[in-house]
Design a protein. Structure first.
Length: 283
């Protein structure tokens, strides 16, 4: 859906080719900054409260997956401008009697959240505002969710006749059944602290400490081997759907695979030699 967009993103000063196909500019919807291995993607369409229109989602998706195998990329931070982190799907796009287009809208967000899980680096949602419906789904689908004490989360779709079925998949997998059912069936919002207690949020901090907290988390990730994190992240999500005994069998094999990595050998040597490791970040 995107037209006349820039033909690349810069990663550590290098242009990363990306492809778009519409007449709008990506910067109308997102800002992308790459610095010291961290890709910061900012939703910036306050006129629609950062709604996940097809154009917004196409821009976001391309920015997320661009040059994903570059070992310089170590982490992605997803944030937003304004008091509304994301209001969810743009309801105007769901009204026309075009089943195929409506299906493509839902599929695009599905592709985004699945690719978040498939990315070889951690994806952090930095939430300072209101994340609603599909916006809540997007935040809940990130690996780590850090929210300010001013943030709120809700799945209010039933109030306008659209039950939040797809957001329910995301929140139902990270929260307890009673809490996720409460969100979906009442539409009432949770404060960031309530979301933390319910398991939706990783960490809640005062608004003025949000940036510092993100920097600390990103710094901890950068100190690790990308190859080790990539291997671990992939298996972490795989084992969640396995029976317990199968998970341990597969985990044992994955541990042995991990031990074969050059960065693992380097890490263990550096520990014995009491020095900082020199990661290669490759498998």
């Amino acid at each position: 859906m995107l037209r006349n967009l820039p033909n690349g993103l810069k990663l550590c000063g290098r242009l990363v080719p990306i492809r778009f196909a519409s007449n709008i500019k990506a910067e109308e919807f997102i800002k992308v900054k790459n610095q010291q291995g961290v890709r910061k993607i900012t939703l910036c369409h306050p006129r629609t409260r950062n709604s996940l229109s097809m154009d917004m989602m196409c821009a976001l998706h391309e920015a997320l997956i661009a040059d994903r195998e570059n070992v310089e990329l170590r982490c992605v931070v997803l944030t937003a401008e304004g008091k509304v982190w994301s209001a969810g799907h743009n309801l105007k796009e769901l009204q026309p009697n075009d089943i195929q287009f409506r299906d493509s809208v839902f599929q695009k967000l599905t592709d985004i959240v699945l690719d978040i899980k498939k990315l070889p680096v951690p994806v952090i949602a930095k939430v300072n505002g209101y994340a609603a419906a599909a916006g809540c789904q997007l935040a809940a689908s990130c690996d780590i969710i850090v929210a300010s004490d001013k943030s709120m989360f809700s799945t209010p779709g039933a109030g306008v006749g659209v039950f939040c079925n797809t957001p329910g998949v995301a929140v139902g997998r990270v929260m307890s059944r009673p809490k996720s059912a409460y969100m979906l069936m009442t539409g009432l919002p949770l404060s960031s602290q309530e979301a933390y207690v319910a398991g939706l949020v990783t960490k809640v901090v005062p608004e003025n400490e949000l940036e510092k907290t993100i920097e600390e988390i990103v710094g901890a990730i950068r100190e690790k081997s990308r190859a080790v994190i990539a291997l671990g992240k992939e298996f972490y999500y795989q084992q969640l759907n396995m029976p317990l005994e199968d998970a341990y069998i597969k985990a044992k094999a994955k541990m042995n695979e991990n031990l074969q990595l050059e960065d693992c050998k380097e890490g263990m040597s550096s520990f014995v030699e009491k020095r900082a490791p020199k990661w290669k970040h490759t498998k």
